[in-house]
Write a protein that binds this ligand. Structure first.
Ligand code: TYD
Ligand code: MG
Length: 447
């Protein structure tokens, strides 16, 4: 008789339960035959060492030269670290790691790519498309962990990629690949390999429909770094985000575009997102959002139409739905726009998501612009958080954002009055300080 495991959180139970008592998920307990666990892998050097005598691992980093990838990792790949990469099927995980593997094989030497999902010719076909021709890049179509380990012993790679953790299995464990005990034990083995041999190991993980990496939560605790590759499948743009990183910040974001020849770094995200920005159309406003620590200009688009049926319809893509409803209420009450009989659609062009309140003013201006059918001056970008009283509140990192706006060739910006102080004075760049939404709309000749 085996134990029952919750496939969401890894909770163990002797008998089956309809609802997991830990995470509250229904029907998530599955039976697995328990074998003595190999336990959490021990780290090398198991005797105490004075902290001061330990050399810092900063120098043990290697750059992939894929700038966006290095940035998300906090400045390159740490040797001996284990990195989990999750994302929806078809989003580009295998593509990204083939490119990373190729890059690492040029700087580190042998790289082994274990493919549990595709045959060697299939991988080769894709590698040809990506222009990979490094002689040190090895492909192993295999799912049995034992063979994988013996191959590692034989060819001694300097980096390892596992595609994907849900397809590989330990023959000693009777449950099927992808089950909680398989995923846990295979990962434990990989962690001890990474630490023992001092090589970086990348693990691809599938994502459940709720958006978490399939398998027990402890999978994320066992690894050093967890990255998610995200994006809408119908747009070409992809975001690489760190949700956990023992060796760096988790605020950084990598931006890529999926092309015919693989993922390409987006070196100038602002011009990427504004490349199709129209001029002279009402309801379009440019603002500077913060993606990670980088300012990125995006275009907010709004369409306001008369409601055909009783209840007005409101839809948002890329911005917070509730926030937009709040801004509509502010426009109704503080500015006097009658939006209650209008359908309203808000979209951030290009498929990017911006959830910070610093773009509030841009959304309110875009709504008013389309409602009144007055065009917003295309040479201006708009920034500011909006409060319930209709006041415009200051935003963070104003200097950075303004620098980006200037760099993209805008001639000025509308910003919170409180942000005006202490700004560098570039005379040719107009800075219009406003303290209320109404003032902003008046200064843009919308009201
Ligand atoms: P893939 O890396 O297989 O996704 P995952 O491993 O996350 O499931 O990427 C699959 C998609 O990417 C597929 O729909 C085709 C597309 N693609 C390109 O557009 N260009 C390319 O060069 C490659 C290799 C894939
Ligand atoms: Mg894949």
């Amino acid at each position: 008789m085996g134990k029952h495991y919750c496939k969401v959180c890894g909770y163990e139970s002797l008998r089956w339960l309809g609802k997991c008592p830990t995470c509250g998920e229904w029907n998530s307990l599955i039976e697995e035959v328990e074998l003595p666990s190999f336990g959490f892998p021990s780290l090398p050097s198991s005797h105490p060492v004075p902290l001061q005598e330990i050399s810092s691992s900063e120098k043990d980093r290697v750059l992939t030269k894929i700038g966006e990838f290095d940035r998300v990792l906090g400045g390159g790949v740490v040797l001996g670290s284990i990195i989990l990469i999750g994302g929806d099927p078809g989003i580009g995980k295998s593509t990204l790691l083939l490119q990373v593997g190729d890059a690492l094989s040029k700087s580190l030497g042998k790289v082994l790519y274990v493919s549990g999902e595709e045959s060697a010719p299939q991988v080769k076909l894709r590698a040809d498309r990506l222009g990979i021709e490094s002689p040190c890049f090895y492909i192993l179509p295999e799912t049995n962990m034992q063979y994988i380990i013996s191959t590692i012993e034989e060819i001694e790679p300097h980096a390892l990629i596992i595609d994907s953790i849900q397809t590989i299995y330990m023959p000693k464990i009777l449950s099927s690949p992808g089950s909680v005990s398989q995923v846990r034990e295979c990962t434990a083995k990989l962690v001890s390999l990474a630490k023992g041999k001092g090589i970086p190991i990348f693990i691809i993980g599938h994502v459940t429909k709720e958006g978490a990496i399939a398998g027990p939560k402890i999978l994320e605790h066992m690894v050093d770094t967890v990255l998610y590759l995200e994006g809408e499948k119908y747009t070409s743009f992809r975001l690489l985000r760190a949700v956990k990183n023992r060796f760096g910040e988790t605020r950084e974001i990598g931006i890529f575009e999926m092309r015919d020849f693989g993922l390409e770094e987006v070196l100038n995200p602002s011009s990427f997102f504004l490349r199709e920005c129209p001029t002279n159309v009402s309801g379009s406003v440019v603002t500077a959002s913060l993606q990670g620590t980088r300012p990125v200009l995006v275009e907010i688009q709004v369409l306001v139409t008369e409601t055909r049926f009783g209840i007005p319809k409101r839809e948002t893509v890329g911005v917070d739905y509730n926030r937009v409803n709040l801004l509509i209420a502010v426009l109704e009450k503080r500015v006097g726009l009658h939006l209650s009989s209008c359908d309203l659609f808000v979209n951030v062009a290009g498929g990017v998501r911006v959830l910070e309140p610093d773009i509030d003013l841009a959304i309110t201006v875009a709504i008013s612009s389309n409602f009144k059918d007055k065009i917003v001056d295309g040479d201006l970008a708009i920034l500011g958080e909006v409060g319930l009283l209709g006041e415009v509140r200051s935003v963070s990192y104003i200097d950075k954002r303004i620098r980006e706006i200037e760099k993209l060739g805008f001639r000025g910006c509308v910003i919170p009055k409180n942000n005006l102080e202490g700004l560098n004075s570039n005379k040719s760049f107009k800075k219009i300080g406003v303290s209320t939404v109404k003032e902003a709309l008046e200064s843009l000749s919308i009201l």
